[in-house]
Design a protein around this ligand. Structure first.
Ligand SMILES: Cc1cc2nc3c(=O)[nH]c(=O)nc-3n(C[C@H](O)[C@H](O)[C@H](O)COP(=O)(O)O)c2cc1C
Length: 395
C-alpha cells in the first residue's frame, strides 16, 4: 500500500505544495536555475534520453535497495544533499530533514549556510548519519573553525564544495527582490504577507524564538542575519580554493572526505590523489554555471577515470526513482537529492521530507521489479540504452 502523506503522489506534487506555502522570492531561490536555465532543463532531459531495457521472468518477489557505503548499510541508495535554505522553507527545516533521513536510514548533509547550527542538529537527531558541507573562505582559519566544530559535533564526513568560485547569475532573484542577505522592500514584504502560513509558521517562529533567521554556522566574525547588510560578502568569497587546500583539509579531517562539484575526469583523479574518499559529480543542480553538461552525462567518463579509488555520488535533477536506477546502473555508488527533499520540507516539514524519501523508495522498488532486477547491487549497463553522447563506462 503506497504512502499518501499530504496527498502527494510524486515529487512534482510536493513542489506544487511547497510553492503555494512559500513566498515567491524564497521559492524561486530554491526552485530555479541560473541565467537561461539551460542546465536546469538539461539535467532533467538527460534522464529522458537514457532508457531502461527490462528483463523478464526473473523472480523479483524479494527486492532490496540497501547499499553499503563507507562501511555502513544505507537502507536506500540516496542521501540528502546540502542545501542552505531548508530553514527558510520550514522552521528549523534542517532538523526536519535530518530526522526524516535518520528514520529512512540514509545520510543527511548539513550545509554551511544553514539557519540551524550544526551542534543543534546533531543534538536533535542522535544516531543520524550526519555529514557536513564546507565552503572555503579567504580567511582559512574561519573555515577551519567549522571543520573543528563538525569534528567535535560528531559529523561522519566532510563534504567540500568546489563548484562555487562565483555566485550563480540568478537574475530572477534580483527581479523578485529576494537577495541573500534578505532586504526589506515593498515587494518582498507583500510577498511574505500573501503567504500567511509561512509568515506565522516560519518567520514569526524564528522571530519569537531566536530572532530573524541567521547563518547559524558562521563564525561570529561574519555571522549575520538574513536581513543584515551584505557585510561579510568579501569574507565569504570562495574563489581562492585550490588543491593545496584540499590536501590541508585531508590532513586536518580524520574521517571521510568528499569533494562536491566535480564535472571533469581529470579533477576526479586529482581529488583521489589528494586522498578524498568520495566525490560528488554535480553541477549544483544547475544553479551555478548554466551551460555545463548534466552530471549524469559526464558520470561514465568520471567513473572510468577514478575506477574504485573513491566512492562516486551523483546529483542534479533527480526527481524519479527511475533516475536513481539509471545512475546506479551506470555505476554510481549513491545519489544525492537536493530540491526533491526541499520541496518535501517546504510542503510539510518532517512529514513532507519523509514523503519525498518514500516516493523515491516506492518508485525505485517499482522500477526494479519492472526491469527484472531484485537488488540495486545487480544493476548494470545491460539495463540501459544510452544516447550517443553517453558511453557505457568500464569501471
Ligand atoms: C536552494 C538550494 C541551496 C543549495 N545550497 C547548497 C550549499 O549551500 N552547498 C552546496 O554544496 N550545495 C548546495 N546546493 C546544491 C545541492 O547540494 C545539490 O547539488 C543540488 O541541489 C542537486 O540538484 P537537485 O536540486 O536537482 O537535486 C543547493 C541547492 C539548492 C536547490
Amino acid at each position: 500500500m503506497s504512502d499518501t502523506t499530504l496527498g502527494a503522489y510524486n515529487i512534482f506534487d510536493l513542489r506544487e505544495m511547497a510553492m503555494r506555502r512559500t513566498p515567491k522570492g524564497v521559492f524561486e531561490f530554491v526552485d530555479r536555475g541560473t541565467e537561461d536555465e539551460v542546465g536546469l532543463r538539461n539535467n532533467r532531459e538527460a534522464f529522458e534520453r537514457i532508457k531502461l531495457k527490462p528483463r523478464t521472468l526473473i523472480d523479483v518477489s524479494k527486492r532490496n535497495q540497501e547499499i553499503e557505503f563507507f562501511g555502513h548499510q544505507h537502507k536506500m541508495p540516496i542521501g540528502i544533499a546540502p542545501t542552505g535554505t531548508a530553514g527558510l522553507l520550514w522552521y528549523q527545516g534542517e532538523i526536519a530533514l535530518a530526522k526524516a533521513a535518520a528514520a529512512a536510514g540514509i545520510p543527511f548533509t548539513l550545509a554551511t549556510g544553514s539557519q540551524t547550527a550544526m551542534e543543534k542538529v546533531a543534538e536533535a537527531v542522535p544516531g543520524a548519519r550526519l555529514w557536513f558541507q564546507l565552503y572555503m573562505w579567504p580567511d582559512r582559519s574561519l573555515s577551519h573553525q567549522l571543520v573543528e566544530r563538525a569534528k567535535n559535533a560528531g559529523f561522519e564526513a566532510l563534504v567540500v564544495t568546489v563548484d562555487g568560485a562565483a555566485a550563480g547569475n540568478r537574475e530572477y532573484n534580483m527581479r523578485n527582490g529576494f537577495t541573500m542577505p534578505f532586504q526589506y522592500t515593498r515587494r518582498n514584504i507583500w510577498d511574505v504577507m500573501k503567504h500567511p502560513r509561512w509568515m506565522f509558521g516560519v518567520l514569526a517562529r524564528y522571530i519569537m524564538t531566536t530572532g530573524m533567521p541567521r547563518y547559524e554556522n558562521y563564525p561570529s566574525a561574519i555571522k549575520n542575519k538574513i536581513t543584515g547588510l551584505p557585510m561579510g560578502r568579501a569574507s565569504l568569497r570562495t574563489d581562492s580554493l585550490s588543491w593545496d587546500d584540499l590536501k590541508q583539509l585531508r590532513a586536518m579531517w580524520p574521517r571521510k572526505l568528499i569533494v562536491k562539484g566535480i564535472m571533469h575526469p581529470a579533477d576526479a583523479v586529482l581529488a583521489a590523489d589528494c586522498g578524498a574518499d568520495g566525490i560528488v559529480v554535480s553541477n549544483h543542480g544547475g544553479r551555478n554555471l548554466d551551460v555545463t553538461m548534466a552530471p549524469i552525462e559526464v558520470l561514465p567518463e568520471i567513473l572510468e577515470a577514478v575506477g574504485k579509488r573513491v566512492k562516486v555520488i551523483v546529483d542534479s535533477g533527480f526527481r524519479r526513482g527511475s533516475d536513481v536506477v539509471k545512475a546506479l546502473a551506470l555505476g554510481a555508488d549513491m545519489v544525492y537529492v537536493g530540491r526533491s527533499t526541499l520541496y518535501g520540507v517546504g510542503a510539510g516539514g518532517e512529514a513532507g521530507a519523509a514523503r519525498a524519501i518514500s516516493i523515491f523508495r516506492e518508485e525505485i522498488d517499482r522500477v526494479m521489479a519492472l526491469i527484472g532486477c531484485p537488488s540495486v547491487a545487480d544493476l548494470n549497463t545491460d539495463h540501459l540504452v544510452l544516447p550517443k553522447n553517453v558511453k557505457a563506462p568500464q569501471r
